[in-house]
Design a protein around this ligand. Sequence first.
Ligand SMILES: Nc1ncnc2c1ncn2[C@@H]1O[C@H](COP(=O)(O)O)[C@@H](OP(=O)(O)O)[C@H]1O
Ligand SMILES: [Mg+2]
Ligand SMILES: [Mg+2]
Ligand SMILES: [Mg+2]
Length: 342
Amino acid sequence: MSSVPVLIRLLASSVSVANRAGKIVRDVMSKGELGIVEKGKDDYQTEADRSAQRCIIASLSAQYPKINIIGEEDGNQIQDSNEYLVMDSDQEILAINCPESLKGVEEKDIVVWVDPLDGTAEYTQGALMLKRDSWEHWKSLLSHPFISMKWYLSLLQSNYGFLEHVTVLIGISVNERPVAGVIHQPYYKNVVGSDKIIGRTIWGLQEVGVGGFTLAPPPDSLVITTTRSHSNAIVENALQVMNAQQILRVGGAGYKVLQLLEGKASIYVFASPGCKKWDTCGPEAILSAAGGKLTDILGNHYKYGASESRPNKTGVLAAVYEDLHSYALSRIPQELKDELAK
Ligand SMILES: Nc1ncnc2c1ncn2[C@@H]1O[C@H](COP(=O)(O)O)[C@@H](OP(=O)(O)O)[C@H]1O
Ligand SMILES: [Mg+2]
Ligand SMILES: [Mg+2]
Ligand SMILES: [Mg+2]
C-alpha cells in the first residue's frame, strides 16, 4: 500500500470521502433542519456545508497530516468526535499507474482545496420542494387565494431540479497547478438494471484522464453555461458578446464544468469575482485532464498555492476544446477585461 505514490492514495481517499460527504448532504436535507447562516450578500452556509466540510477535512488530515487543506467554510475546527472519519480508498483509483511526473510528489508539496457543497443557493431552494413533501400541503397551497396555477406549477417543477446542481468538490494542487480533482454529485439519479442509484463521482488526473462519466463533445451550436443566482450587469454583458444560441443558467461551478464535460454546453462564462479557489481547483483539474481549459476572463490560469487570495477576482472562462476557449476569449471586450482587472 505504501508503495502507491501519495498523490494516487490522496485521490483514492478523496473519491471515498466525497461519496460520504454527499451522503451527509442528502441526510441533512432529509432531516429538514438546514441551519442556514447568512455569510454575506447572496452567500449562505447550511448544516450540510459545515458537516460535509468537517468530514472531508478530518478524514484527509488524519491520513495526510502534512498536506495543507483549505476549505470554504470557517468555524470548522476539527472536533474530537470520530463520527465522520472516512479511511476508505477507492480501489479503482488505487490501481492507477502514477504518471512519472507525479511519483515524487510529497505531502508537503500538496495543497487541497475543498468546497464541501457547491451550489448552496440551489440546495436551499431545492429544500423548499422536499421539505414540504406531503401532498396535503401542496393541495392546500393550490387553493391559496394569492397563488396562481402557473406559479404553483413552476415552483413544483423547478425547485426539485435545482438539487442536481449541487456538488462536492475536492481539488488537489501541486506547485500551484491543479493536478487532480473530484466532483461528486449527491442527487444524480441513474437506473442500472432494476436498481435506482443516487449520486455519482467524477474524477480526473493529469496525464491519466477522467472517470465516473462519459466524456462527450460540445453541442453543435454555441451553448453558454453561467450562474443562475449571482448575476450582475458585467456578467450579463460578457454573455451578450458571445453571440450564443442558448444560455443555460445553472447553479455551482462544479455542475457547470460537468455540463462542459458531458457535451451539454460549449463554454462556461462568468465575468465576476464571485468564484473562489475551492470552486475551480477540482473542476479545473478534471477539465484539463480531459483536454479542456479553465482560465480567468483574461485567459490567464489561476494559481492554487496556499497563500493565493481566495477569490478568483478576474472571473471564469472554460471549455472542453481549446478553440472554443480562444473564441470566447476573443469576444470579451477590452473594457470588460479592464473593469474586472482593476
Ligand atoms: N457574488 C457572489 N457572492 C458570493 N459567492 C459567489 C458569488 N458568485 C459566485 N459565488 C460562488 O461561486 C460558486 C458558483 O456560483 P454560481 O452557482 O452562482 O455559478 C458558488 O459556490 P457555493 O455554492 O459553494 O458557495 C457561489 O457561492
Ligand atoms: Mg458558499
Ligand atoms: Mg462553491
Ligand atoms: Mg460551497
